[in-house]
Design a protein around this ligand. Structure first.
Ligand code: ADP
Ligand code: ASP
Ligand code: MG
Length: 446
């Protein structure tokens, strides 16, 4: 069997859904499991409706609900040329009724817990899959009964062993050549039947989890670009598609901000050694990227990515050298505050590290000030250059740093896996830094 995952832009309206349905039809001999995102920007719309309700503006929230309803009904009407099947019509009515009830509850309590938010966010994928399953004649599966997660709402952690069992019981029997099975990305459920989500952009992750659970031959990620590109095309318009990518490179790129893949996507596929391809729904015969364990690209730099804003903390202690256990003490502070540290660079008397922008900075600085001097610089960005021969290519670091010219690099870190060179610059200079570094990559200078 294979997994085909379509992102939001690939199912944004009736025309896009027809293209996606055509690709599913072509894949029918390979027993496809179709994993869908919500239509277009529906998830954003659901978040806005929920926040509007939380602010006590019920009328505003319900107006957004009606806009979403109109868009979904319009797509269904178009796909079925005005004759929407009764069962689909009933499902849409039920789902929008559920959304209205949830929004009324949030508005009444003026309280939006992550748990309520997940219940509301789940509607996007449940709606898109109902329409798509009806249109393609595929069997509809409720992912909340298959993608078992813990109860960390908004960022739930999938439980692979349970997912394997549930997929074997509920999805595998439906898979057959000539038959499509349609389910939701992004959403899951706890053992108690509560609705969860895997975090924004989580549909890729769902596709990889289900592919791994079912032993797929391939996981196809259908999106709006011709694969993973050498840089974010919104920043570097002449970024080029990468034909093949190693799992390690793809995982680094995803973790360092290449939005094309959810950061955790790769893991379940790597473990199951399933190739992942990234393809353009609008250009199915165009170029695409294959990500596979066997791929050894051997390139010095494969691609660039950036993530920000982040905060750089520089912790100094003149007595540091003499103090064994200094680093243990330092990291204990971050551990206790539940803050994860990203990049680390150490010098004789100081340690620089990056943390996300939303950490409890004041509390951290206070804790650290008990045994060291701390400086915090907010509004920074991490730029990652990823490539398998990065470390063994003489002079590459010099070429990259030279290309940056007057852009100040505040921190440099070579990932432990040696395929990621990370630089920290001011957030407002990150785009220009990417463009300059990309010239080195594209010009063969790398
Ligand atoms: P989908 O809705 O299909 O999941 P996303 O919007 O999540 O699609 O991801 C695709 C987008 O990721 C592209 O349109 C592109 O703007 C952005 N992107 C960022 N970095 C990269 C990259 N290195 N390669 C390709 N796309 C990238
Ligand atoms: N619909 C979800 C989101 O917008 C998940 C996804 O598209 O991957 O975040
Ligand atoms: Mg995505």
């Amino acid at each position: 069997m294979i997994v085909l995952k379509f992102g939001g832009s690939s199912v944004a309206d009736a025309a896009r859904m027809r293209e996606a349905a055509e690709l599913v039809r072509a894949a029918l001999p390979r027993s496809p499991l179709v994993v869908l995102s919500a239509m277009g920007k529906t998830t954003n719309g659901l978040f806005e409706a929920a926040k509007t309700a939380e602010a006590g503006d019920l009328a505003g929230a319900l107006a957004r609900q009606r806009d979403l309803m109109a868009a979904h009904r319009c797509a269904a009407e178009d796909l079925f040329a005005g004759a929407v099947p009764e069962a689909l019509d009933g499902s849409l009515t039920d789902l929008f009724g559920e959304l209205e009830l949830l929004l009324r509850g949030v508005a009444m309590l003026r309280e939006l817990s992550p748990r309520s938010m997940d219940a509301i966010a789940s509607l996007g994928e449940r709606l898109s899959t109902r329409i798509f399953a009806a249109f393609t004649g595929g069997a509809w599966v409720d992912a909340r009964g298959v993608v078992r997660t813990d109860a960390v709402f908004g960022e739930a952690v999938p439980q692979s062993a349970a997912i394997r069992e549930l997929a074997a019981a509920q999805v595998a029997p439906l898979l057959a050549p000539g038959q499509a099975v349609v389910t939701q990305g992004y959403i899951g459920g706890t053992e108690d039947g509560l609705t969860t989500t895997l975090g924004r952009g989580g549909s890729d992750y769902s596709a990889a989890l289900l592919g791994a659970a079912l032993g797929a031959e391939e996981v196809q990620i259908w999106t709006d670009v011709e694969g993973v590109l050498t840089c974010d095309p919104r920043i570097v318009p002449d970024a080029l598609p990468i034909p093949d990518l190693s799992f390690a490179e793809a995982a680094e790129l995803a973790a360092f901000g290449a939005k094309v893949l959810h950061p955790a996507t790769i893991q379940p596929a790597v473990e199951a050694r399933i190739p992942v391809t990234v393809r353009h729904t609008g250009k199915p015969h165009g170029r695409f990227t294959t990500i596979a364990a066997e791929v050894r690209t051997g390139r010095p730099i494969t691609a660039l990515a950036s993530r920000g804003p982040v905060t750089v903390l520089t912790v100094s202690s003149s007595r540091m050298l003499a103090q064994s256990g200094f680093l243990a003490r330092l990291f204990e502070v971050f551990g206790r505050r539940g803050v994860s540290v990203d990049l680390v660079a150490t010098a004789e008397v100081s340690v620089s590290l990056t943390v996300e922008a939303d950490v409890p900075l004041k509390a951290l600085v206070q804790d650290l000030a008990a045994f060291a001097t701390v400086e915090a610089h907010e509004g920074r960005a991490i730029i990652a250059a990823v490539g398998e021969r990065l470390k063994s290519t003489p002079g590459l670091g010099a070429r990259l740093l030279t290309s940056l010219g007057d852009i100040n690099v505040e921190m440099i870190s070579m990932g432990a896996n040696e395929i990621n060179l990370s630089l920290v610059v001011k957030q407002e200079e990150a785009a220009e830094a990417l463009r300059r570094l990309h010239r080195v990559l594209a010009g063969g200078g790398a």
